[in-house]
Design a protein around this ligand. Sequence first.
Ligand code: NAD
Ligand code: UFG
Length: 340
Amino acid sequence: MALLITGGAGYIGSHTVVELLEAGQEVIVLDNLANSSRASLQRVAQITGREPQLIEGDVRDARLLDRLFAEHPVEAVVHFAGLKAVGESVRHPLDYYDNNVGGSLALCQAMARAGVRRLAFSSSATVYGAPADMPIPETCPIGIPTNPYGQSKRMVEDMLNDLVASDPRWSIALLRYFNPVGAHPSGLIGEDPDGIPNNLLPYITQVAVGRLERLAVFGDDYPTIDGTGVRDYIHVVDLARGHLAALGFLSTHPGIHAWNLGTGTGYSVLQIIEAFERASGRPVPYTIAPRRPGDVAQCWSDPAKAMRELGWRATLGLDRMMEDAWRWQSGNPAGYAEAD
Ligand code: NAD
Ligand code: UFG
């Protein structure tokens, strides 16, 4: 039996594919390479000694999905494929609803036709909106996401809840990621954003490697430890391992289950800069800029449910996140571009 990994050539997907291959699983990747390249999977093969099968195509393509399920004995699906840039989602909302909601819908319909009913979905802490109390447990009511990207994640969660209510044979995991950072310790795979990065860590590593001049810290007047935004950064390898734990649980527990995948600890932007400078030995020049619209002051998880039910918890600390992010960026200053 095999696992279908949509979006498996991307940042989180490629790290999860490594963990799955190393655990002896058969993996099929479906990716349209809209935000990734074949190079990441070639690097995965270098790390694991096994080349995952890539089917280049779109998760919204119903005929392709029917053929894929007919030709391969898929027992479960991990659904990473989608668009993820918050600012772009505000400018092009229809693209986000089309890809993220339409893609998930087409996938679930094809899974239903094929009788494959086990699914792990990449959700996000963004579905909680801006709760007043930290840390955030899964029982925290779903909030009102402040952008179409977050709204698309919320809509898919709603759809999956309705699906399980209609047919209890499904087993579905809603994996709510906090802030994935870092890279595989080999330095062979990592985050390779297209254009100027939106997220903090890739921005910092590109400043350190000389691709960008200086970081803008968005706001230093939040009610936090030092006035800058606080987030729950989680090493992408820990996050990837959370998927294996969730898939194991789903095989014996039908129904729908939400889990936070975070560390339970928040760090401010200034603490991240300091930790990165320590790990890399490089200075990160920055200026204080106005707050970024839509940002919350703070966001960190209560990860106890995943620990209790999955036996999973994050084990790689902040220093490892920074060291591994730097090993990837310094070894691949232009990301995968050189490998293409
Ligand atoms: P990514 O862009 O690196 O990976 C997504 C992959 O999906 C890419 O390889 C892209 O080519 C592919 N893809 C996009 N649309 C597709 C389509 N229609 N058909 C087939 N393939 C398609 O992003 P990532 O950071 O690895 O994120 C993976 C998932 O996790 C996404 O659903 C994202 O929304 C979610 N998530 C990410 C973060 C984060 O900070 N990185 C946080 C929370 C949730
Ligand atoms: N930040 C800066 N300068 C930058 C980029 C970010 O100061 O150039 C700050 C932000 O203001 C925030 C922190 O760094 O305080 C983290 O910002 P990111 O953009 O890295 O991450 P976000 O928490 O804003 O967003 C991430 C994902 C979203 C997801 C969200 C919810 O990118 O996809 O987490 O968990 F929805």
